[in-house]
Design a protein around this ligand. Structure first.
Ligand SMILES: O=C(CO)COP(=O)(O)O
Length: 252
């Protein structure tokens, strides 16, 4: 049985005091780690404080991006070495907003996935199609190419440990959720792609999240689907009560 993983992606929101308050309010209310994984993906400046605050609880702290090099002349960037040193456990890679606004490519996502594993960080790799691609029936091919390139060169064990978030771009922040059938159809395809690309076992083990206007009212239906093992949540993860409800849904 794959354990659900519920991750709140705060994007560029909150100030430190609000972030601290969120962790204070949620860390004792989320389900135990044996039942579901609960993660907050916070802006870089909050990470050390949040890791410290979440210590001893089941809440994990993730970064929303990182560079693939360990160190060097990359002004403004943050390395996997720095994240690991802080006690961060997961890192979101290739979010569609980074692909669109910050020139993230499948190639850099792949380099970052390798860098994450080199430093014992679990990557949450985002893939998904635009509305135009969906309307042109290109969803499956597009997502398949993104998945194959992101996972290229990883070992079977690394593929098994990866998390892929399927986030149709047209459903992000729009209030338009993919139907649970639409979401599952793509996740099933991703799982089959991983089975062919890596191994049957890796395809069974890898966890696939859905993201795009997930909220407490639709999360149960999405998580009940055969190939959806969690959610990557933007807007509805910003409030403590809503995040706790989502995390609880992951443990059902
Ligand atoms: O991009 C997302 C999570 O990474 C989804 O955002 P929303 O849940 O706000 O649609």
């Amino acid at each position: 049985m794959r354990k659900n993983v519920i991750a709140g992606n705060w994007k560029m929101n909150k100030v430190l005091s609000e972030a601290e308050q969120f962790v204070e309010e949620t860390k004792t209310r989320i389900p135990s780690e044996e039942k579901a994984e609960s993660i907050v993906c916070a802006p870089f400046p909050f990470l050390p404080v949040l890791v410290e605050k979440a210590k001893g609880s089941d809440l994990k702290v993730a970064a929303q991006n990182m560079h693939y090099e360990d160190n060097g002349a990359f002004t403004g960037e943050v390395s996997p070495v720095m994240l690991k040193d802080l006690g961060v456990t997961h890192v979101v890679l290739g979010h569609s907003e980074r692909r669109e606004y910050f020139a993230e490519t499948d190639e850099t996502v792949n380099k970052k996935a390798h860098a994450a594993f080199n430093h014992n960080l679990t990557p949450i790799i985002c893939v998904g199609e635009t509305l135009e691609q969906r309307e042109n029936n290109e969803t499956m091919n597009h997502v398949e190419a993104q998945v194959k390139q992101a996972l290229s060169g990883l070992t079977e064990e690394q593929v098994k440990a990866s998390i892929i978030a399927y986030e149709p771009i047209w459903a992000i922040g729009t209030g338009k959720t993919a139907t649970s059938e639409q979401a599952n159809e793509v996740c099933t395809h991703i799982r089959n792609v991983v089975k062919q690309f890596s191994s049957e076992e890796a395809g069974e083990a890898i966890r696939l999240q859905y993201g795009g206007s997930v909220k407490p009212a639709n999360v149960d239906e999405l998580l009940s689907q055969s190939d959806i093992d969690g959610a990557l949540v933007g807007g509805a993860s910003l409030e403590a009560d809503s995040f706790v409800q989502l995390a609880e849904a992951g443990a059902k």
